[in-house]
Design a protein around this ligand. Structure first.
Ligand code: NDP
Length: 402
């Protein structure tokens, strides 16, 4: 029995993970679940699974959880605060950690799992984008097993020879071909992008995902973050990663070798496939995902991404080339800008404009320690908020003069 902790259990990846775990009660035991504020959903999960630990980063929400559970779950210890998530990630009863918290909030618990030598199922791509060298060094030092959950990186992992070391390209590898659905605005003319709503951005054509990653998919920042993630995870240079827009989301990514062979992983667009793969690796287990019917799919299309309409991708590629703290600055500005877009304080093209302004003023520099990462993250958030406030103020002045 493998003890599993699901950090971010109330989210889209978290729920898909519980769905796969429920299909294999003979293999996995859910030891811990954790989220931020959603006490109601976490209470339901506690009552369904009876884990040893349930944690909420938000202290008030944790009190609510205790009230909701009353005496109904005596076997579950309710923990509060973000340190509790790190505690869970290192717990002795936990052998496998699903890191599925969204954004920078997942960094410390993801690092804690890596340092504790766990089998680390990495969905929280922002943690890797921010602190890739630290995370990979921690994995190597502790002997942790790092398995990518992002469908593209999981696909690449599946197409690599066995025994690859995190951050080291296997011999004979030429390029990685990273596919992108193109998001809901793939075919929208550039002029129309200023008027798109958060609701339209959240309606992804192929995947059902959390709010932040859905907006990232619409701006192509998700592919940009994945571009950085691919370089770090597989030890390739930015020049060795090509992005292909593939509207059907069936080919999840490809690996090209020096002999001209190209290996791909295909499956229906459902996160339970990479989750089941990583949970059972190197074995294979059922995931509940519908089997692929290529005759029904009929065709697989590929085209180049348009970085004029979607400048976030080019900004992320530039950050990947610069390395050091640039990806941290990019990621933090993006998190703040996406939140402002969801709150209707910024329009869709404004997301890239804010990131560009913050990245240009840059902080540069190399990553020495976690403190460098956290400082660059905090500074970049301040600058992004200032920029958004500036945009909001100018819009208010324009409206007043109109
Ligand atoms: P969701 O928004 O659906 O879920 C986010 C989860 O993180 C929730 O459980 C939420 O808790 C928790 N959370 C948010 N903030 C905090 C915090 N400060 N402390 C502790 N927990 C927190 O996101 P997704 O499941 O879509 O994405 C999760 C990660 O996986 C992201 O990094 C994303 O990029 C990546 N990913 C997602 C894919 C998908 O298909 N959804 C595909 C590939 C990667 P609460 O509910 O209480 O707010």
């Amino acid at each position: 029995m493998i003890g599993v902790a699901v950090l971010g259990s109330t989210g889209s990846v978290g729920e898909s993970t519980l769905d796969v775990l429920a299909r294999h009660p003979d293999r996995f035991r859910l030891v811990a679940i954790a989220a931020n504020t959603n006490a109601a959903k976490l209470a339901q999960q506690v009552l369904a699974w009876h884990p040893a630990y349930a944690a909420l980063a938000d202290e008030r929400a944790a009190r609510e959880l205790r009230q909701l559970l009353g005496r109904a779950a005596p076997q579950t210890r309710v923990l509060a605060g973000s340190e509790a998530l790190e505690e869970i990630a290192q717990a002795a009863e936990v052998q496998c950690v699903m890191a599925a918290i969204v954004g920078a909030a997942g960094l410390r618990s993801t690092l804690a799992a890596a340092r504790a030598g766990k089998r680390l199922l990495l969905a929280n791509k922002e943690a890797l984008v921010m602190a890739g060298p630290l995370l990979i060094a921690a994995v190597k030092r502790s002997g942790a097993t790092l398995l990518p959950i992002d469908s593209e990186h999981n696909a690449i992992f599946q197409c690599l020879p066995p025994g690859v070391t995190p951050g080291v390209a296997p011999p004979g590898l030429k390029r990685l071909l990273l596919t992108a659905s193109g998001g809901p605005f793939r075919d929208l003319p550039g002029e129309a992008l200023a008027a798109v709503t958060p609701e339209a951005a959240l309606a992804h054509p192929n995947w059902v995902m959390g709010r932040k990653i859905s907006v990232d998919s619409a701006t192509l920042m998700n592919k940009g973050l994945e571009f950085i993630e691919a370089c770090l995870l597989f030890g390739v240079t930015p020049a060795q990663v090509q992005i292909l827009v593939h509207p059907q989301s069936i080919v999840h990514s490809l690996v090209e070798y020096l002999d001209g062979s190209v290996l791909a992983q295909l499956s229906a667009p459902d996160m339970r496939t990479p989750i089941a793969h990583a949970l059972a690796w190197p074995e294979r287990i059922s995931s509940g995902v519908e089997f692929l019917d290529l005759l029904k799919a009929g065709r697989l299309d590929f085209r180049a991404p348009d970085t004029t309409r979607f400048p976030c991708l080019a900004l992320a590629q530039a950050a990947a080339r610069a390395g050091g703290l640039d990806p941290v600055v990019l990621n933090a500005a993006n998190e703040v800008a996406v939140q402002a877009f969801l709150e209707r304080r910024l329009n869709f093209p404004g997301i890239a404009a804010v990131i560009e302004a913050v990245v240009q003023r840059g902080s540069g520099g190399a990553i020495g320690a976690l403190e460098d990462v956290l400082a660059a993250d905090a500074e970049s958030r301040v600058r992004a908020r200032e920029r958004i406030d500036g945009i909001t103020r100018s819009a208010a002045v324009r409206d007043a003069h109109a």
